[in-house]
Design a protein around this ligand. Structure first.
Ligand SMILES: [Zn+2]
Length: 105
């Protein structure tokens, strides 16, 4: 099983699809599906019927999962979409930005 290269709360850049070129924060990682949910990205509208608590019903907008290979981590240090490498350090495995060579975690 491939390991997802991004984590919750990472900022990511969208590489393809309708939201190409946008960025957002990772809300959830779904490792089994190699998918991620990114805040504000791949918004789907879900129609809901009126219920006792939501008497209006209507449309709920929420982000749907996208494939993890379609996102690139934005390095918090150099603020650019960057490839990362993994290095084993004192604190366990750290991700290093290939662009600025600084640790991300
Ligand atoms: Zn960097």
């Amino acid at each position: 099983m491939a390991k997802v290269h991004v984590k919750k709360d990472d900022r990511v850049y969208i590489l393809s699809g309708e939201d190409k070129g946008k960025s957002g924060k990772v809300l959830k990682v779904l490792p089994k599906e190699n998918r991620v949910i990114v805040d504000g990205i791949n918004i789907v509208k879900k129609h809901t019927r009126p219920t006792r608590t939501n008497t209006q019903g209507g449309i709920i907008e929420r982000p749907a999962p996208i494939n993890a290979s379609n996102v690139m981590l934005i390095c918090p240090k150099c603020d650019q979409p960057s490839r990362v490498r993994r290095e084993r350090g004192e604190k366990g495995v750290q991700r290093i930005c290939k662009r600025c060579e600084r640790p991300i975690d």
